[in-house]
Design a protein around this ligand. Structure first.
Ligand SMILES: [Zn+2]
Length: 248
């Protein structure tokens, strides 16, 4: 029998037309059209905590990077309307400490609604390739302690900031053995038997995507690009290019 595959898509901000701060934003109307498409076409949205069971058909994780405030202001009501589950990766240092990000009350609202689940995204949102073994441990532990204190939640997924990693940083992360799922940022879908052994693909959706392009992306028509994206990452790693600043 053919193995079922998991699709993970991600957004940053869901905004009113012409608004927003991050480099990757989507207007509310377009976002709604996409959520409507998922709900009307048999896609089954999941939380990471549900991945231990076998995957349903057309399984998709809808996710948001960074916990920006517009997820609360604009995405939440649309997700509720179409009964779409959402997952947010929180860089814990920013939550409640920056006006563009949610505070913990908003995050708790999202979780209590049953529509959202939170996951890990380091504490400081920095390039994990720059971490020593100790840095990695600090980032993982600080993030876990805050998520536990604020939400009483133990994350199972870790989204790599900027989708940038190398072999060494993944080894350091795996050694800590905290997360079952590690998420990169490249085109592709992953068979269910490899969910906890690979850095998982995660497909970004942007405001430039027409509904046709969105459908092509979720149906896997661009998955071939994942190879090119990973070659590009290898080249960056060879040149030792590192991201020093978080810009949203
Ligand atoms: Zn991020």
């Amino acid at each position: 029998m053919k193995k079922r595959k998991l699709l993970i898509i991600y957004y940053h901000e869901v905004v009113e037309q012409g608004c927003g701060y991050s480099y990757q934003k989507i207007e509310k109307d377009k976002f709604e059209e996409q959520m409507k498409y998922l709900s009307e076409n048999g896609y089954q949205t999941l939380f990471f905590s549900e991945l231990s069971k076998s995957l349903p058909e057309k399984a998709v994780i809808v996710s948001f990077d960074d916990g920006l405030k517009s997820v609360y202001d604009n995405a939440f009501s649309i997700m509720k309307k179409y009964r779409i589950k959402g997952n947010v990766y929180l860089p814990t240092a920013y939550i409640g400490n920056d006006e563009h990000f949610m505070d913990w009350n908003m995050v708790r609202d999202l979780c209590d609604s049953g529509v959202f689940e939170m996951q890990a995204h380091t504490h400081n949102h920095t390039d994990i390739r720059t971490y020593s073994v100790e840095d990695m441990l600090n980032e993982v532990n600080t993030s876990a302690e805050i998520l536990d204190k604020e939400l009483g939640f133990d994350p199972s997924a870790f989204c790599i900031p900027f989708g940038m990693y190398d072999r060494k940083s993944i080894l350091k992360l795996r050694k800590i053995n905290k997360y079952k799922y590690i998420l990169g940022s490249y085109y592709g879908r992953i068979p269910e038997n490899r969910l906890s052994t690979n850095v998982l693909p995660r497909i970004g959706i942007s405001n430039d995507d027409s509904i046709e392009k969105f459908v092509d992306k979720i149906e896997g028509k661009y998955d071939w690009k994942g190879i090119l994206q990973r070659i590009r990452l290898l080249l960056c790693n060879c040149k030792r290019e590192r991201i020093t600043e978080y810009k949203y």
